[in-house]
Design a protein around this ligand. Structure first.
Ligand code: C2E
Ligand code: CA
Ligand code: CA
Length: 761
């Protein structure tokens, strides 16, 4: 072989290796060192080719200087870039440097052409040696690449120094070999970098990542994935079967899993959640995102593994928050509804029964108001604990709302629900009656319990809870601290209340209200002295509705304040219109507790009197005993203010309520109205008669005026007059009538006041 062939052969190898580097770069544009090294190598090859083989007329000097410069620049920048030291911002200074370098080489060579060959060898040798030194200082497998480059650079330098062995052929083989190995090392380095980057990318994924083949063997797994499966590093798992890491999983199961990917109509990726048991005994809730793909005709699957234990925990917290009450830790309304639905379904299945106890703490609002909400919550907590202590293991306790608890007694045999509920309810009531200690205070409470039973009172959770609530409400209305079973009449009543409430809201605007007036006469003279205004409602929807039906509803909803104000104004206006008619001096109106205690009440009264030019003595307010006990201190102050104004106060329905003498002395009251129920009975019942006599005597001794209500017969009128009752009111005198009719009554009275003749009846 002549030297020409050797050179050609060496150049061919160089070109091939350079082109491989270019290809690598084309695949991964980020691996810029590949293209830099390729440029370095190919420029070197081109320079050598031109120098040795190029035609004579070629501007060899100029092209050699340029190619030498690009070669040096290629090796230098490839190495620096590989080491991560070359940045875009260096580009300008690097360019300027190499332009200067190129010019210097050209100038040196033009003045000293004998330097060309050796000079190029020196410079290249130095650059390659330097690159090798830089890379060999790395403490990883690129060290080898560094050593190879160092050897290559050293050989170049030896060449330049003229140390050329005598056996040229051997020397040539050696240098071709070292060049090839160094280039292969560079290619390997680039490949490794690509791999590393890829590995780094999947390692930096916050989720686990693995690739498995059709048979379930793991080809790639990142660190996170390895740790999720309970291993320290990926190397421990790569090459193993996925079923070996999940307890209970078999190869058959993995095969089945893959089979799903082969179905044509499936959409990828598959997302599913599962809890996997690891070989180390841990249970791991994960989300799996599986995307199948084909590699060399083989089905593979890329799986992302996400640890969702945190999410699971949050879900559980949310689940708890949505079903459990934060104050007591027992079920809340929503939780109860779900639980009860299940219990009912079970009872239905076995033909059993359930009892639902709806418990409401009496006057809990007062505790909240006087001790604050924190103390209120503490009390609820203590109550819940106490209630829970009395229950069987399967019984369910829930806090339904503010001061309401619901207890479900499930799994009762057919026919046992009522007995069990009564038994349990009595125990609960007795237990709650024992005092609680709260903020160094001893507090006693009572509760009302309504009971509904499945299947007797309803077939679903909502109905049963609602019916138990209705029964509880029924207890509250008539007394407290009792247990009562639901019955259908209560339900009808509750429905009616809703209808009335809805219709009543628009009644004032719709002009559906009016007032009727019932005369009250002097028992002795028979002359009308005052009238009582009574409200009438003719609903467009319901027809005429009696006050006994709609007043309690309005009192409950608070609408009574608005209605009462309307009555007050309307009465005063009417009274002003009657001014000329003698005999109608005073009107009494009925006032509810809520109305009286509204802060603006006194202002409203003053205003109504003022705009109608009335004096306070023309107005009387009728209150029931209930008002007096509900909020004593407040009522006392309000009544005192009214008395100062000159408005007199009547105590209505006297004898039916708490009838305590102390009220009569504590509050500024002017008149007692003896309830109709006693008046009705005085003819037949000695007891009623003596009761009325007692009330009258008491009234006299306290200096109160006495009105008898519901006087329906002349006998009653005479008897009451004889007993010393001052005034009479009732159908015997007149029914409540419209304003015009009242004028007729007054006119008749003028001509002939009523005479009480027993025979005249
Ligand atoms: P109350 O204040 O005791 O009114 C007397 C009720 O007895 C009236 O019934 C009246 O029509 C009826 N009554 C009068 N004389 C006789 C009689 O001889 N025999 C019989 N059987 N009944 C007689 P009304 O008008 O149905 O009112 C019922 C209740 O509704 C009133 O009882 C009162 O508590 C309440 N009420 C009526 N109007 C108002 C009002 O404007 N505001 C408030 N807060 N309550 C009112
Ligand atoms: Ca009244
Ligand atoms: Ca009354």
């Amino acid at each position: 072989m002549d030297s020409q062939t050797y050179i050609l052969f060496a150049l061919a190898v160089d070109v091939i290796l350079g082109v491989v580097l270019v290809f690598l770069w084309l695949r991964q544009r980020d691996e810029l060192h590949a293209i830099f090294w390729a440029v370095g190598q190919l420029s070197l090859t081109a320079g050598t080719a031109i120098w040795f083989l190029g035609p004579a007329q070629w501007p060899k000097l100029m092209s050699s200087a340029i190619l030498l410069t690009t070669s040096v620049a290629g090796f230098w920048s490839g190495t620096e870039y590989f080491l991560g030291n070359l940045k875009r911002r260096h580009l300008q200074s690097v360019l300027v440097f190499f332009l200067g370098f190129c010019l210097a080489v050209y100038l040196a060579w033009s003045s000293h052409p004998q330097w060309i060959q050796n000079g190029a060898a020196w410079i290249l040798g130095l650059v390659i040696l330097w690159a090798g030194l830089r890379l060999s200082r790395n403490r990883n497998h690129f060290r080898f690449l560094g050593f190879v480059l160092m050897v290559r650079g050293a050989s170049n330098l030896a060449n330049a120094a003229g140390v050329v062995p005598t056996n040229y052929e051997l020397w040539f083989i050696y240098s071709a070999l070292i060049k090839t190995v160094s280039m292969l090392s560079l290619i390997y380095a680039v490949q490794e970098k690509i791999q590393q980057r890829y590995a780094h990318t999947i390692d930096s994924l916050s989720s686990g990542f693995l690739i498995q083949d059709r048979d379930g063997y793991i080809h790639v797994i990142n660190e996170r994935g390895a740790r999720l499966l309970g291993y320290a590093c990926p190397a421990e798992i790569v090459g193993t079967h996925i079923a070996d890491h999940i307890s209970g999983a078999t190869r058959q199961m993995v095969a089945d899993y893959f089979r799903r990917f082969e179905a044509a109509d499936k959409h990828y990726p598959f997302v599913e959640t599962a809890t996997i048991s690891l070989q180390n005994g841990q249970r791991l809730p994960v989300e799996l995102i599986a995307s199948p793909y084909f590699e060399r005709g083989q089905l593979h699957c890329m799986v992302q593994l996400m640890d969702i234990s945190e999410r699971k925990k949050k879900d559980e917290q949310l689940f708890r928050a949505s079903r459990y009450d934060t104050v007591t830790g027992f079920l809340n309304r929503h939780g109860l509804s779900l639980e009860l639905t299940d219990l009912i379904a079970h009872a239905r299945g076995v033909g059993g029964e359930c009892a639902i106890l709806f418990i409401d703490v009496d006057k809990f609002k007062r505790i909240n108001d006087s001790f604050g909400h924190v103390a209120g919550d503490q009390l609820l907590n203590q109550m819940a604990q106490r209630l829970h202590g009395l229950l069987r293991a399967d019984d369910v306790l829930a806090r339904f709302g503010g001061d309401e608890f619901v207890i479900v007694l499930p799994g009762l045999p057919s026919g046992a629900a009522r007995t069990m509920a009564a038994f349990c309810g009595e125990r609960l009531l007795a237990s709650l009656a024992n005092s609680f200690s709260l903020a160094h205070q001893t507090i006693t409470v009572s509760a009302s319990i309504g009971v509904a039973c499945y299947p007797e009172h309803g077939h679903d959770a909502d109905t049963l809870i609602r019916n138990a609530d209705i029964a509880m409400y029924d207890v509250k209305k008539t007394g407290r601290g009792e247990l009562r079973f639901f019955d259908d009449a209560m339900n009808a009543h509750a429905k009616q209340v809703l209808v009335i409430d809805g219709a009543l809201r628009g009644a004032i605007e719709a002009g559906e209200l009016r007032l009727v007036y019932q005369p009250i006469i002097d028992a002795r003279s028979g002359k009308m002295t005052k009238v009582e205004a009574l409200l009438r409602w003719h609903s467009a929807l319901l027809g005429p509705v009696a006050p006994d039906r709609f007043i309690p509803v309005a009192e409950d909803s608070g609408l009574i304040v608005e209605l009462g104000t309307w009555v007050l104004n309307e009465t005063c206006r009417q009274l002003a219109r009657w001014r000329e008619v003698s005999g109608i001096a005073t009107v009494s109106i009925n006032v509810s507790a809520r109305q009286l205690l509204a802060p603006e009440f006194i202002g409203l009264v003053e205003h109504a009197l003022a705009v109608n030019g009335l004096s306070a003595s023309q107005l009387e307010l009728e209150l029931t005993e209930r008002v007096l006990i509900d909020d004593g201190a407040n009522v006392r102050a309000t009544l005192a203010r009214l008395n100062q104004l000159g408005v007199s106060i009547s105590l209505d329905d006297f004898g039916t309520g708490y009838s305590s003498l102390s009220y009569l002395t504590q509050f500024q009251i002017n008149t007692l109205k003896i309830d109709r129920s006693f008046v009705m009975d005085i003819e037949h019942s000695a007891r009623s008669k003596s009761l009325v006599a007692t009330i009258i005597a008491m009234g006299h001794s306290l200096g109160l005026e006495l009105v008898a209500e519901g006087v329906e017969t002349a006998f009653q009128a005479v008897t009451l007059e004889e007993m010393g009752c001052h005034y009479l009111q009732g159908y015997h005198i007149s029914k409540p009538v419209a304003p015009d009719e009242l004028l007729l009554f007054a006119a008749r009275q003028q001509s002939a006041p009523l005479e009480w003749e027993l025979s005249g009846n």
